[in-house]
Design a protein around this ligand. Structure first.
Ligand SMILES: *Cc1c(COP(=O)(O)O)cnc(C)c1O
Length: 454
């Protein structure tokens, strides 16, 4: 067998189809329009999304062709490398084999580009001139700003205030790509002004920023909305990660026992795990374990409820059946801004509910310890979000050592952390907190779940 360190595919190996796991799941509870009191229809989504995107959102087709032009743009950084973390294995003295898919090689620095490119492409095709969106840590904003630049569209980004302040360079990158960036809550929307009135020092949240972006969309001509996670079509686009990873593992004659990714809204977890969970569903790899890793500041899959809830803090969106901490829940301002979202993708939620995937909760300090170990061993500085997956990969590798079994572990390195150096500065200085979520806060917020009668 080849001594594997880095498994690189060629351009012709870029997937030509996305995998739509919905085709292989029990029918899911549909999105619900709480204004009409009915199941949400295509028409309900048309004010905010372009038609091609809505069709993908509702599709039950198993494989969906990737447009030639999108494949062409993917070539800038895809296929991404699969790397064996040999130095880390040695450091841990584990019999486990640890592999990771490096999505940090995308120009914007994370897996978010995998969905930003097709979303910009379809909007352009639909005649959209301007896209409004939200961003937490700034990775989605950067990816979409880049994609809009490629296709000659305007891009407006509402950036969650904590990140806007913690990560000024992310903002500048978006501006270099040509986007306009506002700190959220902002004074430019009704929603933003309302939040600022009651709490002028609000740290913001993804839910609030989404509400602002949607308000922007419905009050501007030729403008549509784009979401970087949670929705079915975003999970779909991300499956290029897992499809490539599977091919790369095949080349070296391996199949993972465990697939791990961090979970904010669920897109990178979907991306790396769904093509493997497909094999678990069809019975060829029944024992595969998929683990979604959440921060203790925002553990919706592990400690939330499985219920209908809104995607944004103001209840503009249709209600979706998902694990949620309540749409008005505002998590503490941790350094993994991309994981501070109150809900989880309805597909990932259904998969966890069905027992097809597990969850793990980790704390901020142990996450940064793992990130620093990983960086020393492998040289790559991970995004704080991605470090959540690393922490659990290390835990599983150490468990394998205890049990004396050689396991194959695959995790997704969703992005690099070059814009997160101030977080690392705090980690090195030892002044990070653990940021546990408050049970009482969640209970309070769960009282505001929408009422849905199907
Ligand atoms: C946005 C982001 C996440 C979390 O979002 P998911 O949709 O759950 O993947 C994780 N890692 C990075 C680097 C991100 O940018």
């Amino acid at each position: 067998m080849l001594e594997d360190k880095k498994i690189i595919l060629s351009e012709k190996d870029i997937p030509r189809h996305w995998y739509n796991i919905v085709a292989d799941l029990k029918p899911m509870d549909p999105p619900f329009n709480t204004r009409t009191g009915k199941i949400a229809t295509k028409e309900d989504f048309l004010p905010i999304f372009c038609e091609d995107i809505i069709d993908q959102e509702m599709s039950r087709e198993r494989f969906i062709e990737i447009p030639e032009e999108v494949v062409h743009t993917y070539k800038i950084w895809r296929p991404s490398p699969l790397i064996r973390a040999k130095h880390l294995e040695k450091f841990l003295d584990t019999p486990a084999k640890i592999y990771f898919k490096n999505e940090g090689v995308s120009p914007s620095g994370s897996h978010k580009s995998n969905s930003a490119i097709p979303q910009a492409y379809y909007n352009k095709k639909c005649g959209v001139k301007r896209i409004a969106t939200e961003t937490g840590a700034g990775q989605w904003g950067s990816a979409l700003a880049m994609a809009c630049g490629f296709y000659g569209m305007e891009c407006v980004v509402y950036m969650v205030k904590v990140s806007f302040e913690q990560k000024p360079y992310r903002k500048i990158l978006m501006q270099v790509y040509g986007a306009s960036v506002f700190s959220s809550p902002s004074k430019f929307t009704e929603v933003g002004r309302k939040v600022l009135d009651t709490d002028p020092s609000s740290p913001g949240s993804l839910g609030i920023a989404i509400s602002e972006a949607i308000e922007d969309v419905v009050t501007h001509k030729d403008t549509k909305y784009a979401l970087g996670s949670v929705l079915n079509h975003v999970a779909l686009h991300q499956t290029v990660i897992g499809i490539e990873a599977k091919k790369q593992m095949e080349i070296i004659g391996r199949y993972p026992d465990i697939v791990i990714a961090c979970l904010g809204g669920g897109s990178n977890f979907s991306g790396i795990s769904f093509p493997f969970i497909m094999d678990k569903i069809n019975g060829t790899h029944k024992n595969l374990r998929a683990i979604a890793v959440e921060p203790s500041a925002c553990p919706k899959l592990t400690h939330g409820v499985f219920a209908y809830d809104y995607g944004d803090s103001s209840g503009f969106t249709p209600a979706m059946k998902m694990y949620t901490l309540g749409h008005s829940f505002i998590p503490e301002g941790t350094h993994a801004g991309g994981l501070r979202y109150h809900g989880a993708s309805p597909i990932v939620s259904a998969i966890v509910k069905e027992g097809l995937a597990e969850t793990a909760v980790v704390k901020q300090r142990e996450v940064f310890d793992a990130a620093i170990k990983f960086t020393k061993c492998e040289g790559i500085l991970p995004a704080p979000e991605s470090a959540h997956a690393i922490k659990v990969a290390i835990d599983e590798a150490l468990k394998a050592k205890e049990e004396g079994i050689s396991k194959t572990i695959l995790f997704n390195l969703s992005g690099h952390g070059h814009f997160d150096l101030s977080a690392y500065e705090h980690a090195l200085a030892g002044d990070l907190g653990d940021c546990d979520y408050s049970k009482e806060e969640v209970e309070k917020n769960l009282k505001f779940l929408p009422e849905v009668k199907l």
